[in-house]
Ligand binder design. Structure first.
Ligand code: NAI
Length: 467
């Protein structure tokens, strides 16, 4: 099979950036060029402050950049030179037309296909890295083949990415599995082998699995659907716990010891966020409906409904606990990213909570170690009837964010929130001072001893004094 020596990755985002950086670091004989239409994003990749935060990413980028790793806006040049092209562009939920609010918008993927077809003068392996609806590779293949120049051939592979933000580099260096889907033809198998040889440099061969293209595409949607389902399942039980006096952490521990269930991903919380779970579930629901499988669609839709229920239950509890009014009350939000160790706020539950509290008249003081104020204001703008700059402040440290506040709301499970000086926080706040721990990461007994009224997900706490 052809040896891969030049890789182009279209899309320098959360997936394309880390994935191809790791390939460059492991395969130093391959030249990797990551391209994007977004000029400022590419400029950031070439600067000292990278556009995304991932533990360990910066060191690797700095060690390979300018050696065999390049970030560029010259898409045509990189495409022409490459023998293997990853498509890692965004595939957001459509916000218009047929399938609005549910189907995946494949316009960026199609733009890449047309650009590759129009400008390639040599044969290419084209790899779908983005998450796509099942059978998307077929459209990609048809567009390429309908516009092919003489002597040029294409093989389209599906190679979905399973990294999780916050642990992307670890996940890429030591993946549970690498999945490659391709055509069951001689050329298809050769292309699979060529891509596989890239991963084999650092991934044990038994962890690289190959399937037909449609199974590969569907496996990615299925993996995210199952992961999200697990969170919604434990969150559904958390509501039962709150109503009965059971404790969801104890239930999770008890069921997690069943080897058929396993202990991971059983942490109940304010709800899941991130750019993928909701988008991919909506996509699966839409595909199921299109396939005339309404029962399947409804089943997966319920996972999303449960997540909405969880977020709204938590937000309502904040208001109810604070004597049914938060108008003009200062509230401290700890965390704005959708999970720890990332600066990504896409679909973050913190956005939902913040908007809900603002609609109820609260004044927010927000602190997140990796999300800057520009991002917070961008996420909160648009839907609200309030003048944001009057009611939202973004603080550089948690203690400033606590000054004059009635309540602390933990929205993200950042490790540093567990070791804050809560006596100091308490001393800066109005009394009674409340803590709403939406991630179940704090030492609740200690907080109650300090004097806080503490509420959390999935259990009733013995608050003294107030109850
Ligand atoms: P992103 O939005 O961070 O990055 C996508 C990039 O593609 C953007 O920088 C955009 O400017 C660029 N782009 C769009 N159209 C382009 C074009 N025609 N030419 C050149 N560049 C173009 O998105 P992210 O998060 O990296 O996701 C990419 C894909 O990977 C999505 O399909 C997503 O579902 C999937 N995925 C994401 C994961 C995540 O944790 N973020 C994990 C696994 C898969």
């Amino acid at each position: 099979y052809p040896k891969v020596s030049k890789i182009c990755c279209i899309g320098a985002g959360y997936v394309g950036g880390p994935t191809c950086t790791v390939i460059a670091s492991k395969c130093t004989d391959i030249t990797v060029t990551i391209v994007d239409i977004n000029e400022s994003r590419i400029a950031q990749w070439n600067s000292d402050s990278l556009p995304i935060f991932e533990p360990g990413l910066e060191e690797i980028v700095k060690s390979r950049r300018g050696q065999n790793l390049f970030f560029s806006t010259d898409i045509l040049k990189a495409v022409k030179e490459a023998d293997l092209i990853f498509i890692s562009v965004n595939t957001p939920t459509k916000n218009f037309g047929v399938g609005k609010g549910r189907a995946a918008d494949l316009k960026h993927i199609e733009a890449c296909a047309r650009l590759i077809a129009d400008h390639s003068t040599s044969s290419k392996i084209v790899v779908e890295k983005s998450t796509v609806p099942v059978r998307a590779a077929e459209s990609l293949s048809r567009i390429l083949k309908a516009n092919t120049k003489p002597g040029v051939t294409y093989q389209v592979l599906s190679n979905p990415e399973f990294l999780a933000e916050g642990t992307a580099i670890c996940d890429l260096l030591n993946p549970d599995r690498v999945l490659i889907g391709g055509e069951d033809t001689e050329e298809g198998q050769l292309a699979i082998a060529a891509l596989s040889s890239v991963y084999e440099v650092w991934v044990p061969k038994e962890r690289i699995i190959t399937t037909n293209t449609w199974s590969s595409e569907l496996s990615k949607l299925t993996a995210n659907a199952f992961l999200a389902q697990r969170i919604s399942s434990i969150n559904a039980i958390s509501a039962v716990c709150e109503a009965t006096g059971a404790d969801v952490s104890e239930v999770a521990r008890a069921i997690g010891m069943d080897t058929r269930l396993g202990p991971k991903f059983l942490q109940s919380s304010v709800g899941f966020g991130g750019s993928c779970f909701q988008k991919d579930l909506l996509n699966l629901v839409y595909i199921s409906e299109c396939l005339n499988l309404p029962e399947v669609a409804e089943y997966w839709q319920q996972v999303l409904n449960m997540n909405e229920f969880q977020k709204s239950r938590f937000a309502k509890r904040i208001v109810e606990t604070m004597f049914n009014t938060i108008t003009n009350k200062k509230i401290t939000l700890l965390g704005f990213a959708f999970k720890k160790n990332t600066g990504d706020t896409r679909e973050s539950p913190a956005i939902y909570i913040a908007k809900y509290l603002l609609e109820e008249g609260a004044v927010l003081q927000i602190y997140d170690p990796k999300v800057d104020s520009k991002q917070v204001f961008a996420d909160l703008s648009g839907t609200l009837s309030v003048n944001l700059s009057e009611v939202v402040t973004v603080s550089k440290n948690p203690y400033d964010a606590a000054v004059g506040s009635h309540a602390i709301v933990v929205c993200t499970e950042w490790d540093e929130f567990t070791s804050l000086d809560y006596e100091r926080m308490y001393s800066r706040m109005l009394k009674p001072a409340f803590v709403f721990d939406g991630r179940k990461i704090l030492n609740h007994k200690k907080l109650i001893d300090i004097g806080f009224h503490v509420e959390t997900i999935g259990c009733k706490l013995n608050n003294i004094g107030l109850d």
